[in-house]
Ligand binder design. Structure first.
Ligand code: DP6
Length: 359
């Protein structure tokens, strides 16, 4: 499929108004996307666990109008902060979803995770919005369920790269890989070859720094363009995808731990060695990492961590060890969390429609 596949040919649209409510989760990459070229084309493939409890719920109410207008409310309050990114998103999807421009839109959105928790809402937010837009397309064209999911992923990517992986669960792969049929730079695909142990894998997110990101993802990605280690990193990520796919199938937890932590630290290593360089980990991040290593050494429990582009730590472990790991987090790691906050999440299934009506 090419970009052309996603262009929309109108065959009339008789819907005057309606409303679509959807929810879409966040995701956490195991092999990271870091580095891109215009427009939103990843430098390497990435694979992620889709989450379950951290999601965005978005409802789009629309009414025919000569002028296209967007009103945005976040958590019940009119919001102007996110409007520029949302407007850019609509500009980028214009050729692919022109039908949406015939309406006045009221977009109401809320996240299940605390506002400014340092958890990126862009993956869940853009995937929810794109998914809602595609529901309208399903009403006015002959697009199948499968095509609709792929298109929603394609559109999400234009809002935020990692968002394109959120539609599918338990695992999603984004980015063309020579050894993996069906992979694409334009959208993510669902990946089902997963050992039972990972199907309900736990992700406890330690909110170590709830502040705004110091360096936006887009700036960070762009610093990979002239990064001295970029070429090697992109080759390494393509290799890591293949090993991670094997690990996720076999359920080999030792290898999972080693690959996942290595990826997380490599991501931050890239940030620390770009020009300009920056460090997103905080003291609490490093202290928690050391405590996790000590605890793992002592107890032999298979817990590990990963990071996204921030200071918060995702603690990953099999469901059957929930009690032991949560006790450990409460006793040893909670001191590093702002207001002692952490979020209990696990692997989930992706986006879903909550309700819709058309007139
Ligand atoms: C470190 O998807 O937030 O979380 O495409 O610029 O919106 P944009 O970037 P974004 O980058 C996410 C980077 C990451 C790794 C990952 O999720 O793969």
């Amino acid at each position: 499929m090419t970009e052309k596949t996603f262009l929309y040919q109108s065959n009339g649209n008789k819907i005057d108004k309606g409303s679509i409510s959807v929810q879409s989760p966040s995701n956490i990459a195991l092999v990271k996307y870091w580095g891109k070229k215009p427009v939103q084309i990843p430098a390497n493939s990435s694979i992620s666990f889709t989450l379950k409890n951290c999601y965005t719920q978005t409802s789009v109410s629309f009414e025919k109008s000569k002028e296209f207008q967007i009103n945005l409310s976040v958590e019940g309050e009119k919001n102007l902060d996110f409007l520029p990114k949302i407007e850019q998103f609509f500009k980028r999807i214009k050729d692919y979803s022109p039908y949406i421009f015939n309406y006045n839109l009221q977009i109401d959105t809320l996240n299940t995770f605390p506002h400014s928790s340092g958890i990126a809402s862009s993956a869940s937010g853009f995937s929810a919005l794109a998914y809602a837009v595609v529901q309208l397309e399903k009403q006015i064209s002959n697009i199948s369920e499968k095509e609709a999911m792929t298109k929603a992923s394609f559109l999400s990517r234009l809002g935020s790269g990692s968002a394109c992986r959120s539609l599918f669960g338990p695992l999603a792969i984004w980015g063309k890989h020579d050894k993996l049929n069906k992979t694409s730079d334009l959208y993510a695909i669902e990946h089902h070859e997963i050992h039972d142990v990972f199907r309900d894998y736990q992700d406890t997110i330690l909110l170590i720094d709830k502040g705004q990101k110091k360096v936006s993802s887009t700036v960070g990605h762009n610093l990979m363009t002239n990064h001295p280690f970029a070429k090697q990193r992109f080759i390494q990520a393509q290799e890591n995808i293949i090993s991670m796919i094997d690990i996720l199938k076999s359920g080999n937890l030792d290898e999972f731990i080693s690959k996942t932590e290595h990826e997380a630290l490599t991501l931050h290593g890239m940030m620390m060695t770009s020009k300009p360089y920056f460090v997103l980990m905080k003291e609490g991040t490093l202290s928690s990492i050391n405590k996790i290593w000590e605890f793992r050494e002592e107890t032999k429990l298979p817990l590990c961590f990963t990071l996204d582009a921030g200071a918060n730590l995702h603690v990953l472990y099999p469901k059957r060890f929930t009690q032991e790991v949560l006790d450990f987090i409460r006793q040893e790691l909670i001191v590093y969390c702002e207001n002692q906050q952490y979020i209990c999440d696990e692997v989930g299934k992706g986006a879903k429609v909550l309700n819709e009506y058309y007139d």
